[in-house]
Design a protein. Sequence first.
Length: 365
Amino acid sequence: MSGNEPLVSIVMSNFNGELLIKQTIESVLAQTYQNWEFVIFDDCSTDRSREIIQSFNDPRIKSFFSHTHEHMVYGFNYGITHSSGELIARIDSDDTWEPEKLQRQVDFFHDHPDYGACFTLVNFVDEHGKILTEKDTERVLWWDIRNKTQAEWLRYFYYYGCGVSHPTAMFPRSVIEKVGLYNLGYVQVQDYDLWIRIVKHYPIHILQEKLTNYRWFTTGANSSAPSEKGIRRANFEFSQIYCSFFDDIPNKLFLDAFGADFTHKGTTDPDELTVERMLLLFKPVFCGSAPQLGGAQMFLRLLQDERMRGVLRDNYNLTQTSFYKIAAKPILYEETGDSTSQEPVIAPVTKQRSRFLSWLRRRFI
C-alpha cells in the first residue's frame, strides 16, 4: 500500500433499488474510514433511485445514470474503470456495512500487501432488517467459513463453490489489472469466476467478523435467488468456468491443491499433469456435471495430439474408445421438453443435497 490511508473506491451497480438504497448509501457515509470515493452506476432505473441518489450532497459520491439497461456486471466494470482508488470495495444497493468495515480491510491490506482480496463474514438480514438464522435459510451456513491457504481455497472453489460473499469484497486495483475485470458474459456467478482468477495468483482472506449485512429477501427477490431461468443460466456459466478452471495455474499450486486426487500420485511429469487436469474434470463437484463437459472437450483435444494419445494409452489405459463411451454418457445431457433436443446441464442442488453440503461445510471445511 502507498500509505496508511489509501483511497478506497466503492463501486455499486443499481437497478430499481429505491426500497433500500438510501440505507446502503447511509452505511457508506457512516464508515469510520473516510478516505473513499463512492462510484454509483444506475442501470436505467425506472423507480425513484435517481432521486434518492441525488439527494445526497457529498462530493465523494460520483453518480452515473445510464440511458440504457446494461445489467449489473457492466455496472461493476464501469465503476472500476471510472474510479481511481488504490483499493476497490464492492457493495450492492440492498446491503449495508457495519461502520468499521472499510477500516478493518484497509488495515488488513496494510499488513498483508501481497494478498489478492479480503472479505468479511456476513449477517443475513431480511427486507425488514431482521437477522436471519439457519432456520430461516440454510445459506446462512455457506458463508460462515474459516480461512485457508491459497491452495486450499483453489480446491474449495473447485469442489464446493464460491464460499465468500460478493458485497464484502475489497481488492487492490493492481490485482484487477493483472487478472482482468468481471466477465460480462456471466450474470449468476460473475463473482465466483473473479475469485477463481484471483486465487490462481494471490492468497485471499476472510476477516472473521460480521461486518456486512447481506439482504436475503424472504420473497425471493434477490438476483441470486433460485429461479428456473437463473438455474439454467448458472448451468451454462458453471460449465464455461470449469472448461478453463485449470488454465494458468502454476504447477506447484496445482500440485498442492489437487495432488491428493491424482490417479498417479506424486507425478510431476508435464504430460501426466495435463491428463490429471482432465481427469479432475470428471470428479463430482457441488454443481453436478458441469465440469464433465469441459473434461470431455479436453479429452477430445488431447486425442488430436499423437504424443498425448500415447500418454493416455500407455500411462492411463485411455483410448479413443474410452472417449466414445464418455461422450455417450447421459450425465452430459438432460432431456428437455423437446424430445429431439439435448443440452449440457448441471443438476440443480436439491433441498436434501443442500442440507448435506451445509453439514459437510460446517463439519470439515
